[in-house]
Design a protein around this ligand. Structure first.
Ligand code: PLP
Length: 479
């Protein structure tokens, strides 16, 4: 490597000649013919960006020649850059990872009924905060409170921006300036910097850790109770599992202890499912209804994990406690918008009929999906691509494990079917990057030098599009 080109050194003559050969912005603009419907500022910025790129490449000694700076070499590069600029930054992708509740890819997909209500309230006025019975100002929360209570048996409910906000709001309301007792085994970090001890500190409550990492007993909580105690907190260890010599205090025992000492008990349930999914071979998780029935004072969970709705934090529990939380001024800063409400109400209504919920809520449908259905999809994809890709790539069916995701059931394996690609002319990492760079990006996962596309998380409607994407990447020589 050379380390010439100090700032006081003039570039050599050859470099200067190349720099002079870069067209001026106005000259370049004169070359353009078919950009009338593109905003001028985008065109100009793209031209400047491209010319600057060329300048940097020349200065970096990247082997640029005069012909690279000619009109017929620069124009295609300009159009490629402009196309990328015109593409929305936020767009849809094909999720071939097999992670159903994929936090980075948008978590839960909304059912069609929810999409209809989103469209309706987005484009038209609504009774968001208007009580149609009295003609007076209403509360947005009341639109889903009754539904939530009916579905779970809770006395009252409130919905905020997400579960992190829900936990923060409950702690701030019930325990600011006082102590909250939590088991050491439940001081979890849920990705994206949500850590129970940090949230506790921000809410102004003091964390009192009890028990050992692997085992906490009822007497540990009991011994920690003082005049300063405000709350007993149980946290779902969503994304990790302890095995071996472990024990947690079951919720009913914690509730009994709370009652004895006149202390409220809270559970942060994380995923919060309304339906018992164990009949589909998934791990038995307590449903929200069971947690309420066990007598918890307040429970929080996400709207977009196993519930399968929009991003939201649901807070359910005893009326007296929920009323206090509703009055907390912080609540106003954490409130949900009309789209969330519309989506959430539609999703919750589907739960009145469990079978309907399982069929129509995509998150639940994907988790409960029989292997035959996934297998059929995988074979459909194979038929579309196998022959045409034969010269570029080894294409096979593979049996793999999907994941629930969203920090739920970390040890759960869901047998699934994937199409596995082993490219011949490039590395599997290059293939992965090329698929990610498509107009409709395809996200898969790499395992043992193969790119796996799990068909559990690719809908029937997306299979053809996925085939087109794969063909484009190989046959279009995008690689
Ligand atoms: C996911 C999770 C959270 C955070 O929920 P968000 O809706 O992502 O804010 C909090 N606690 C637990 C136990 C979780 O699993």
């Amino acid at each position: 490597m050379t380390t010439k080109n100090k700032s006081d050194e003039k570039p050599p003559a050859a470099v200067q000649a190349l720099l002079r050969a870069i067209p001026k912005v106005d000259e370049f603009l004169g070359w353009l013919v078919d950009v009338d419907d593109v905003p001028e500022v985008l065109v100009k910025n793209t031209v400047r960006g491209l010319l600057d790129q060329m300048r940097q490449a020349i200065l970096a000694g990247a082997g640029i020649s005069k012909s690279d700076l000619a009109k017929d070499a620069l124009l295609p590069r300009f159009h490629k850059m402009l196309r990328a600029k015109l593409r929305p930054n936020f767009r849809t992708v094909i999720n071939g990872t097999g992670v159903v509740v994929h936090t980075n890819l948008g978590r839960s997909l909304l059912p069609a009924a929810a999409m209809d209500s989103l469209l309706a309230v987005g484009a038209r006025y609504s009774n968001l905060e208007f009580n149609l019975a009295t003609g007076k100002r209403g509360s947005r929360y009341s639109l889903v409170e009754e539904l939530l209570c009916e579905l779970t048996g809770a006395e009252a409910a409130l919905v905020v921006n997400n579960n992190a906000a829900a936990v923060m709001l409950v702690l701030e309301t019930l325990a600011q300036g006082r102590e909250v007792i939590v088991s050491r085994g439940q001081l979890v970090e849920i990705g994206g910097s949500f850590r129970i001890p940090d949230v506790m500190a921000k809410s102004g409550a003091t964390l009192v850790e009890v028990g050992a990492t692997n085992r906490t007993h009822l007497r540990d909580y009991e011994n920690a109770i003082t005049d300063e105690t405000a709350l007993l907190l149980k946290v779902h260890t969503s994304n990790y599992r302890m095995i071996g010599f472990t024990s947690e205090v079951p919720l009913p025992e914690l509730v009994a202890l709370g009652a004895e000492h006149n202390l409220p008990v809270m559970e942060d349930l994380g995923s919060g499912c309304l339906i018992d999914l164990s009949r589909f071979g998934l791990e038995k998780e307590p449903t929200v209804g069971e947690v309420i029935k066990a007598g918890v004072d307040v429970v929080t969970f996400s709207g977009d994990k196993l519930l399968g709705g929009p991003q939201a934090g649901l807070i359910l529990g005893k009326k007296e406690i929920i009323d206090r939380i509703k009055k907390n001024p912080m609540n106003r800063a954490l409130r949900i918008d009309k789209f969330t409400l519309a989506g959430l109400e539609s999703v919750l209504r589907l739960y009145y009929d469990e079978e309907k919920a399982l069929a129509e809520i995509p998150t639940l449908a994907m988790l409960a999906m029989p292997l035959e259905v996934i297998d059929r999809r995988a074979r459909r994809l194979m038929r579309r691509i196998k022959k045409r890709l034969a010269e570029f790539c080894l294409v096979e069916l593979a049996t793999i494990d999907s994941r629930v995701g969203g920090g739920a059931m970390p040890e759960q394996s869901l047998v699934s079917r994937a199409v596995a690609l082993q490219p011949k002319g490039c590395s599997v990492n290059e293939l992965e990057a090329a698929l990610r760079g498509l107009a409709v990006p395809v996200i898969g996962r790499i395992e043992n030098e193969r790119l796996l596309l799990d068909l559990r998380t690719v809908s029937d409607q997306e299979v053809s599009q996925l085939a087109e994407c794969l063909l484009a990447v190989f046959e279009g020589e995008i690689l």
